[in-house]
Design a protein around this ligand. Structure first.
Ligand code: PEP
Length: 263
């Protein structure tokens, strides 16, 4: 269902009135996690000023350590709805458990399935059933084929509003958190009609690499990028080292204007 055999032309996915697909370039930006209403609102305003049309932020955070900040859950969903009302930006947020899909779908415009859950088949079916657009991140150890088959699980439930997101894979190289695999963008676009975006923030894990990698993603033909932004990265409860703060966001705004004209 997600292959080029099923549909030759590349598809466009609508998220709260925002199109993601081949004829446009979409910036999705926001904090890794919702921490407070003020922090989320400030991050959203920075994201919007940089040209982002969708707000990302985690309410349910999948953390490698159970002692890490795991998100404000329902409270965060409420904050996100308030910030959407304030900024007009549709919201993308992760769901980590199939039991929470109905709850999250009731608040969010797009459901994110994270790298750790790419092959959580019950969750894939549940987000498929929700009928909401889905941002499907590539598993950090998944092949492109496995990634597309994961998308197939969602599509088989009648939901083809799927956007693929390359976010880096685990390799032997410890200099970056993950290795951004831009060739996967090209391969996925060749094999599938779904839009493909890139998350350089989670791939690199390091702020100074985010904009150069985003630029490389644009050059490779990605349909958009997803970038972590925080009004005070040093105080972030989650993934601060990869978040762009105010000084870098102006660079992102300038770059975004160029990228939009390339689309
Ligand atoms: C995220 O985008 O908040 C996230 C946790 O990403 P990933 O699943 O790619 O690690």
């Amino acid at each position: 269902l997600v292959s080029r055999e099923a549909r030759e032309s590349r598809s466009v996915v609508e998220v709260g009135g925002v199109a993601i697909g081949p004829d446009t370039f979409t910036l999705i930006a926001g904090p890794c996690a919702v921490e407070t209403p003020e922090q989320t609102s400030a991050a959203a305003r920075l994201a919007k000023a940089a040209g982002a049309s969708l707000l990302r932020a985690g309410a349910f955070k999948p953390r490698s350590s159970p002692y890490g900040f795991r998100g404000l859950r329902t409270e965060a969903l409420r904050i996100l709805a308030e910030v959407r009302a304030e900024t007009g930006m549709p919201v993308v947020t992760e769901v980590v458990d199939s039991r929470d899909v109905e709850l999250v779908a009731g608040w969010a415009d797009m459901l994110q399935v994270g790298t750790r859950n790419m092959q959580n088949f019950g969750l894939l079916e549940a987000v498929g059933d929700s009928g909401k657009p889905v941002l499907l991140k590539r598993g950090m150890s998944a092949t492109v084929e496995e990634w597309l088959l994961a998308a197939e699980y969602i599509a088989l439930r009648g939901n083809t509003g799927i956007v693929l997101c390359e976010r880096g894979i685990r390799t032997f190289e410890p200099a970056t958190r993950n290795t951004l695999d831009l060739s996967a963008v090209l391969v996925a676009q060749a094999r599938s009609h779904l839009p493909v975006v890139v998350d350089p923030s989670h791939a690199a894990g390091r702020r100074e690499l985010v904009l150069p990698l985003a630029r490389a993603a644009v050059a490779a033909g990605a349909d958009g990028v997803m970038i972590d932004i925080h009004p005070d990265p040093a105080a972030a409860l989650c993934d601060g080292p990869q978040a762009l703060g105010e000084p870098e966001v102006s660079g992102l705004a300038g770059a975004m204007r160029d990228w939009a004209t390339l689309a």
